[in-house]
Design a protein around this ligand. Structure first.
Ligand code: ADP
Ligand code: MG
Length: 689
């Protein structure tokens, strides 16, 4: 076994206790330790003269104690003035014992290290310095490398972590092999893998005179390798997935035509193009792995319906998975309506389907009586069995973890066969990030909205104008229009969100007695939600008060006004998604952003919403505003986790990662597997969200 995979317990000084603490930091193997990067460094390599000290900097100094004082009034404190002939520095101890008072006496020489700051008496001071008593003529004790300071946890001392990591470096030395091609290192001026780790964990001065460290380059070297490996992992996964067999769907023009004829509109060019891309994938005997990206309202559901139609008319079953019950219900309604002429049987499967009905439904699915299953993540639970699943469709895929996706796929596994896979997302992501995230998928983009869509007119208003807004709703519904009132809370808690929505609901019912108002939130039962949504869809309700549960999918074209309370609490992509609920019909639509507090960042976000309607543009602006680090961090719930990549520092490498990844795979194909293995823990992490 490679020593990189040895347990941390194989190190000297690591017993059960230390191992448990290391495990808290997810440090289980020597390899984990080697890739545990310092937060910062302390410089004990040089001594400062007191008059050359800078403030707020951890510094090494020495001097003679000139004066010792114990303050007993106010906060208890021991203070020592030390001098090195160039100036005076004050050392302060708020916690001290006889150990300190015995050692720190007037006339004694000390060397100390700590963070400097300005004291009240216009003197530089250090609070609780590390110190040691020395002889005046002792040689200066400096270290010849910077001291790394690591992320740690309670009970795990820096000194110990440093020792463990340096042991790991020695033990694994012969295995720190360079796998990247020489040309890549040259291109970027990188040192090899082993040298990079050594520089990071014990950064030697490059030259005493230059006092230069090359840590940043070494850090980038690791991050770059990790990014390339991430890409290679996805690329390999894609290649392996394509090795499976998949059912061949032959086109059935008759059924297609019959279906399209029932629609009240023509498909857009973009929809037709993407449908053709999907069909050509499914005519091959390898599994399709396709992502359809399209802005809110671009008509992805119909694209999914066409794919489902093709699978079912080839006698295969289809599973359609969505993240919320509300969206599942809506899809169920739409597909039932669209497929009614074809006599397809549909199972609507959420956590709410219980008892006999559930048993019956599952049995019919297993025997193949049912052609299409629509549901939430309840679909990939163990009891759910298909007879011959040929196509898996996942809508709003950014809400799901990678493992949920694959759990559903595994259901369709039969011998060498795997179902085709279509994932859809309305969250446009900037191209550079898309490359990182979807390298395992082929991508189709619906870059056209159905005709006659008018951009949603967006206004940013202070909550002080709430009464005006409420009056506008009155006029609005009097003209037979419908509206949404969205209550936001940052908390993920359904309870709190529900309460906030209920409060607004009561207020609106009171102020708008003539308006028919409904309420939906995440805490309601599926059947209750269904009743309200159906009523709203049928225009038996004029105004729908809702939490952000309506963010995905909900489609009621006659609703053309949306009020969002406290929009400043939401991110740009979420606001864009929400706003996508209006502007679906032919009439002019409005979105009123009713803010109560507006810090600078929020102001910019809301004005971007006012000025732009295109999801891709908004995503790019979001990236500009927040930087790759933030966008990447908050984007998809933990889908990507890196050990050494700091998107803020290394964001510029994303753009070319595919290029360099492909280059590495061609230049040193034998190294691809070892590279993936070296970083495997990371890959596992992102897969098991
Ligand atoms: P999304 O891409 O956000 O999932 P939907 O599939 O919900 O969008 O479609 C949004 C609305 O546009 C629906 O009411 C749908 O019926 C309608 N629609 C879809 N395609 C077209 C089209 N080609 N022409 C007109 N309306 C369309
Ligand atoms: Mg949709």
């Amino acid at each position: 076994m490679s020593s990189l995979k040895l347990s941390v317990k194989s190190l000297k000084g690591v017993g059960d206790k230390a191992a448990a603490r290391l495990q808290k930091l997810e440090l289980n193997t020597l390899q984990d330790l080697l890739l545990h990067l310092p937060l910062r460094y302390e410089d004990r390599t040089r001594l400062f003269a007191i008059n050359s000290l800078e403030v707020d900097k951890a510094s090494l100094v020495r001097g003679r104690i000139e004066h010792v004082a114990i303050q007993t009034t106010g906060r208890k404190m021991l203070s020592c003035h030390i001098s090195d002939g160039t100036g005076i520095l004050i050392l302060k101890f708020f916690h001290y014992s006889t150990v300190h008072t015995n050692a720190l006496k007037r006339g004694v020489w000390v060397q100390c290290f700590g963070e400097t700051r300005w004291g009240f008496n216009n003197c530089i001071e250090i609070v609780h310095p590390e110190y040691q008593v020395i002889n005046k003529f002792d040689a200066v004790i400096t270290e010849n490398a910077l001291t790394p300071i690591y992320p740690s946890t309670e009970g795990l001392y820096q000194k110990d972590l440093q020792k463990f990591i340096s042991q790991a470096l020695t033990i694994c030395d012969s295995e720190l092999i360079e796998y990247l091609p020489e040309s890549v290192l040259q291109q970027f001026g990188y040192v090899d893998f082993r040298a990079a780790l050594t520089q990071i964990h014990s950064p030697k001065l490059e030259s005493k005179a230059g006092k230069k460290f090359t840590i940043n380059s070494a850090l980038q070297r690791l991050a770059h390798e990790e990014l390339i490996v991430h890409y290679l992992t996805m690329r390999t996964a894609k290649q392996q997935a394509k090795c499976w067999q998949a059912p061949v769907f032959s086109p059935n023009k008759k059924v297609e035509k019959a279906f399209l004829k029932t629609l009240p509109f023509k498909l857009t060019g973009a929809q037709l193009r993407v449908i053709a891309e999907i069909q050509s994938d499914c005519e091959r005997a390898q599994p399709m792995l396709r992502l359809v990206q399209g802005d809110v309202g671009s008509g992805k559901t119909l694209v999914a319906a066409m794919a489902a139609l093709s699978a079912i008319s080839n006698s295969y079953q289809v599973a359609l998975m969505v993240p919320t019950e509300l969206l599942a219900e809506q899809h169920n309604r739409n597909f039932s309506h669209w497929f009614a002429p074809f006599n397809f049987k549909i199972l609507f499967l959420t956590g709410q389907l219980k008892g006999k009905a559930r048993e019956q439904g599952l049995r019919a699915l297993a025997t193949g009586e049912i052609q299409l299953a629509i549901g939430t993540h309840a679909l990939f639970q163990e009891q759910v069995q298909f007879q011959n699943l040929g196509l898996v469709i996942i809508d709003e895929q950014h809400r799901f973890g990678v493992d949920q996706r694959s759990a559903l796929l595994n259901k369709g596994e039969q011998g060498e066969m795997r179902p085709h896979q279509l994932v859809m997302t309305a969250t446009p992501i900037p191209r550079t990030l898309a490359m990182m995230q979807y390298a395992d998928l082929d991508v189709s983009i619906i870059d056209e909205l159905p005709p006659n869509r008018k951009p949603v007119v967006t206004r940013v208003l202070s909550a002080q104008r709430r009464d005006e807004v409420i009056a506008k709703i009155n006029d609005w519904v009097a003209k037979k229009n419908q509206a949404y009132w969205v209550c936001t809370l940052i908390e993920e808690s359904d309870v709190l969100q529900g309460e906030a929505a209920e409060t607004s609901f009561k207020m609106l019912v009171k102020t708008l007695p003539k308006v028919r108002i409904g309420l939906v939130h995440g805490r309601m039962k599926a059947t209750e939600k269904e009743v309200v949504m159906t009523a709203f869809k049928n225009h038996e309700l004029d105004l729908l008060v809702a939490t952000t549960v309506i963010e995905v999918g909900v489609d009621v074209p006659n609703a053309s006004l949306m009020v969002i309370e406290n929009p400043e609490r939401l991110g740009l992509s979420q606001l864009h998604q929400l706003r996508g609920r209006v502007g679906r019909g032919d009439s002019e639509s409005y979105c009123l952003l009713l803010y109560s507090a507006l810090p600078e960042m929020a102001r910019e976000r809301l004005s971007i919403m006012r000025e732009h309607n295109d999801g891709f543009v908004i995503a790019e602006k979001d990236l500009e505003l927040r930087g790759a680090g933030e966008v990447f961090g908050t984007r998809q719930k933990g889908q990507l986790r890196f050990k050494t990549v700091n998107p803020e520092m290394h964001g510029h490498l994303f753009e070319t990662v595919q290029l360099w990844g492909d280059y590495v795979a061609t230049a040193v194909p034998k190294n691809v597997q070892p590279l993936i293995e070296r970083w495997l823990d990371t890959a596992v992490n992102y897969a098991d969200v």
